[in-house]
Ligand binder design. Structure first.
Ligand code: R5P
Length: 297
């Protein structure tokens, strides 16, 4: 006869929740439900699960342009902005030399190289080994594709390479639509580029806002879309562009010049944050920017 003491008594005190079904969860980002845990965990560091959105700070411009205005001294200009963003997008050189390693901000690591503004920007290769991305604790890796450019095929191969290597280690890939001077930034072109990037397997896409038709660019892309800021605009216009992009389905911005070249970058990044995470209307966000600026004087 079994002994009803010791182990059996302990077993009776356990709670297995018998009868309560295990929840089958979805995932808050488009197209990501079937990814592995590591991918989802990293994406959840870039995108805030509470809002589903991300404010990314792009300062990778130097890898093609050298000391870009506003980020001549990344060690001085970037740290004051960091508390207000969800994520950094930069090169490994910038990260190691100018970003304090104590930060808890995830990084999307620029991995392409081979071109500068003096030559064909589409002529790139992948210059960062996946092992180095891992050693830098990258939350995602990224390269650009130049659809319709001379080296289109090479840029698509670069993206595929990152996706393949990232999958081995649970690191998602951001595909960036680079637009050559000769290309129209319209919904037809950007929609095609975003869709190609997603079909190749990128986990999220960065593109430019366009009108009309940005809502269709987003709808035709089966993974999340964030916008680049592009050239510097007056602050009110940059906030309006961010608002329209979010309103039409973008899940964030990966913005550089319109933040670090603003009259007051720390105020601007907070205003952009309000638009991205709170859906603040652009007029109110601009008022907020002006109020912060006035307080800083
Ligand atoms: C270009 O070199 C990079 O991909 C930038 O990260 C991107 O263009 C976003 O920066 P911005 O908002 O200044 O266009």
């Amino acid at each position: 006869m079994p002994d009803d003491s010791g182990q059996n008594k302990e077993q009776k005190n356990k709670d297995f929740g018998v009868g309560i079904p295990v929840a089958t969860r979805g995932f808050f980002l488009k197209g990501a439900s079937h990814l592995d845990w590591g991918m989802k965990n990293r994406l959840s560091k870039i995108f805030n699960p509470a809002t589903g959105k991300a404010l990314m700070l792009a300062f990778d411009h130097g890898y093609i342009m050298g000391p870009t205005s506003g980020i001549e001294r990344m060690d001085l200009s970037i740290p004051p902005l960091m508390p207000h963003v969800d994520c950094l997008m930069c090169t490994r050189g910038a990260l190691r030399s100018c970003v304090p390693p104590e930060t808890d901000k995830p990084t999307v690591l620029r991995c392409s190289t081979g071109a500068t503004i003096f030559r064909d920007l589409s002529n790139e290769v992948i210059g960062v080994a996946i092992e180095d991305a891992i050693s830098l604790n990258a939350a995602a890796i990224t390269t650009q594709v130049c659809i319709g450019a001379e080296y289109e095929k090479a840029t698509l191969a670069n993206l595929s390479q990152l996706i393949n290597e990232g999958y081995k280690y649970g690191i998602p890939t951001l595909g960036v639509t680079a637009v050559g001077k000769e290309m129209a930034r319209d919904a037809r072109y950007l929609g095609l580029a975003c869709r190609v990037i997603a079909e190749l397997g990128a986990h999220f896409v960065k593109t430019y806002y366009c009108e009309p038709g940005f809502d269709e660019v987003v709808a035709g892309c089966p993974v999340p879309v964030v916008i680049a800021g592009g050239k510097k605009l007056p602050e009110a216009e940059a906030l309006e562009m961010a608002y329209k992009a979010i309103d039409q389905g973008a899940v964030g911005v990966d913005m550089g010049r319109n933040i670090f070249n603003a009259e007051n970058p720390v105020a601007m990044v907070q205003a952009v944050r309000k638009v991205v995470h709170e859906g603040e209307k652009p007029g109110k966000a601009y008022d907020f920017y002006r109020t912060l600026m006035a307080g800083a004087k």
